[in-house]
Write a protein that binds this ligand. Structure first.
Ligand code: MCA
Ligand code: AMP
Length: 503
């Protein structure tokens, strides 16, 4: 009986009294203690009637318990479906319904809101709070600390991660055990992670970056993570001397650079700073090196593909580039119209193929066909170029996407809601450069004849349907939207007009 994901990430630590999670109060959870908690949860999930292949949706604060639910899913073969804690009840309703989740875990504060969602979808609802308390942990408290791992193959599904689309509807990216394992093993080796490392973990664990990159790399390497509820610059400054590596989105690095205590002396014991999920400005890269003597290592990935490229560990980490395709990953730059590979140096859509590439979108065969070619190449929608030395640079996006502080925001989803607001004739949402988040959404509105728009009321009206981080940071009313001869809104003109709005 084998289960590659469980065996290679978790099972190998049975009995290991080595530190896995170090909490802000210095409490240590060893690998073995973590495994025993995960086994209790695996017994709990099974007792609740879930079997391999069922989906377990979690919208819970970051905690060791939340991470142990992931391990329990691996051990039972249940598909793990983590959800951003910022999502509203309306957003969660879609994910639960679309995935057919059998069990939903949420914070006690969200229980009343989500009870009707669970009931409507015949899903069981249990609570798990950021401090580890809740009905789920109570249910599992007295269960055995051993669980007979369910047999799975590398091609079986391990997780669903929902990613928004240009049509405004989220798609469940189906990730197999192999997708996760292969990528984690490649990255751990590529970035030279060993059991001696201590990673500062301040990313959320409901997205690829914090879960499949940061956590899985540490599990492959056997190292410890200093594990925090979220980004906390004070805690970073305090704990950097006790760590060797940090993974973050560019906002982490710009915020650290804003703190005068972040110096060469403070970071002298650090081995590696990794950035991804959004473009790191070349300027941030340079400032970072001037301040600390470290060159940030930038890498590039997607929910559907895990990590595709990385700057080298040894060798030049080139500012403004995302480095080379990772071992096992094929990457080409293609003509967006024909799909033909372009000559080196030309700009086109990046396509990737490899063991890292997902299986398709859950119950959306047409969407899968549009983005995943029959020959296995995935069309990323990112525009890139490969230079004469082989470094890949992301120059833009062929998809209407805004990345704010590492979170993806699809304008269409916001536009559909704005268009329904009182007095609005039509809208366009654009990404505008933002000093903290990199980009922020701004809504451009056209009023119906005779209507006077109340921007505050319109923004408030989004609260029930749209997570706060997706909400426009500003609304602007214009007489009409710029359009080309085909009638398509020219967002490039709007982006140019409002580019200095947050400068
Ligand atoms: C929080 N807020 C935001 C964002 N985060 N607004 C816009 N964009 C954001 N990213 C808003 C909240 O709604 C709230 O608004 C206010 O900021 C304070 O919230 P708080 O949670 O305290 O913010 P924070 O702790 O300062 O968080 C900022 C952050 C966080 C550290 C940048 O967003 C973060 O951890 N981002 C990482 C995202 C990530 O892991 N992405 C990986 C995706 P109000 O006060 O108005 O209510 S995986 C991926 O992209 C691929 C695969 C890859 O390559 O990795
Ligand atoms: P997600 O859908 O959350 O997985 O986000 C994936 C997208 O994030 C990619 O398609 C890119 O547009 C973007 N991304 C990730 N890493 C980088 C990076 N290092 N530089 C530029 N964009 C990035």
């Amino acid at each position: 009986m084998t289960n590659p994901l469980y065996d290679r990430l978790f099972g190998k630590y049975a009995g290991a009294e080595t530190p896995f999670l170090i909490l802000p109060d210095e409490r240590v959870i060893t690998h073995d203690a973590f495994l025993r908690m995960a086994a209790r949860f695996a017994n709990g999930i099974t007792a609740m009637g879930l079997v391999a292949g069922d989906r377990l949706a979690v919208q819970v604060g970051k905690s060791p318990e939340a991470l142990a639910v992931f391990a329990a899913c691996a051990q039972t073969g249940v598909i793990f479906l983590p959800l951003n804690t910022a999502y509203t009840g309306a957003e969660i309703a879609y994910f639960v319904e679309n995935s057919g989740a059998k069990l939903l875990l949420c914070d006690t504060k969200k229980q009343a809101d989500l009870a009707p969602v669970a009931a409507a979808n015949s899903a069981r609802l249990e609570t798990l709070n950021g401090d580890g308390s809740g009905s789920f942990t109570e249910f599992c408290a007295a269960l055995p600390e051993a669980f007979a791992t369910v047999s799975r193959s590398a091609d079986d599904l391990a997780a669903f991660l929902y990613t928004s689309g240009t049509t405004g509807r989220s798609k469940g990216a189906m990730l197999t055990q192999m997708n996760l394992l292969d990528n984690a093993e490649v990255l751990a080796k590529h970035w030279r992670f060993t059991a001696e490392d201590v990673l500062l973990h301040q990313l959320p664990i409901f997205h690829t970056h914090g879960l499949f990159v940061a956590t899985n790399v540490c599990l492959v390497a056997g190292c410890a993570m200093r594990f925090y509820a979220g980004f906390d610059a004070e805690a970073l400054i305090r704990d950097i001397p006790k760590a060797t590596a940090l993974m973050g989105v560019p906002t982490f690095y710009t915020r650290l650079l804003d703190d005068a205590r972040f110096t060469k002396e403070l970071t002298k014991g650090m081995r590696l700073f990794i950035s991804g999920s959004a473009p790191l400005l070349a300027e941030t890269h340079v400032q970072f090196e001037e301040r600390t003597g470290h060159r940030i290592l930038e890498r590039y990935g997607m929910t559907e593909t895990n990590m595709n490229t990385s700057n080298p560990y040894e060798g030049e980490r080139r500012a403004g580039t995302v480095g080379f395709p990772l071992p096992g990953v094929e990457l080409k730059v293609c003509d967006p119209q024909t799909g033909e590979a372009l000559p080196q140096g030309e700009i086109g859509v990046i396509e990737v193929r490899g063991p890292n590439v997902f299986k398709g979108y859950w119950q959306m065969p047409e969407k899968t066909r549009e983005e995943l070619r029959e020959d296995g190449f995935f069309i990323t929608g990112d525009l890139g170029r490969i230079d004469e030395d082989g470094y890949v640079t992301i120059v833009g996006r062929n998809k209407d996407l805004i990345i704010s502080g590492g979170y993806n925001i699809y304008p269409k989803e916001i536009e559909l809601l704005l268009d329904e607001a009182e007095g609005v004739l039509e809208s366009a949402v654009i990404g505008v450069p933002h000093p903290d988040f990199g980009e922020s959404p701004v809504g451009i509105l056209v009023a119906k004849a005779g209507a006077v728009l109340d921007a505050d009321a319109i923004l408030k009206g989004l609260n029930d349907s749209l997570a706060r981080f997706k909400q426009p940071k500003a609304l602007v009313v214009v007489p009409e939207l710029p359009r080309n001869t085909m009638g398509k809104v020219q967002k490039n003109i709007l982006r140019e007009t409002y580019k200095a709005m947050f400068a």
